[in-house]
Design a protein around this ligand. Sequence first.
Ligand code: HEC
Length: 112
Amino acid sequence: MADALTTLSVGQGIGLAAGVATLALLAAPETAVAQAFEDKLELCMSCHGEKGFSSVQGVPSIAGRTLNEIVHQLRLFRSGQREHQQMVMAKRLTDQEIEQLAAYFSAKSLPR
Ligand code: HEC
């Protein structure tokens, strides 16, 4: 598990940096809140893929899920009703962040 994580952060760092730079231009980065949100989004994308389309074994794609489903799953992870070692960061998400993240990923679609 530790090995998989290390490979992941190194391997995806480059593509991710480009994606995040684009996002930073699109979103309004002037508030601290927006910055914190982008930091979290960046972390999600480091595992779930830039557009929520995962190429990492063991990590599900979350693009194209409904907003409600993503919100629901994130709340389960936050409360501990659903547990996964790699999803522990969900425990620190606010309601607003959960909804923003769900809106972001549900608006993406899986490549066909
Ligand atoms: C360290 C890697 C990692 C990070 C960071 C991460 N996830 Fe996950 N995520 C996973 C894994 C692995 C699973 C599958 C857990 C399981 O098998 O139960 C998962 C599951 C999910 C699911 C449920 C998908 C399903 O099929 O039910 C959602 C939704 C989700 N993650 C969203 C997010 C969001 C949003 C973020 C950012 C706040 C995030 N994840 C950050 C690895 C990660």
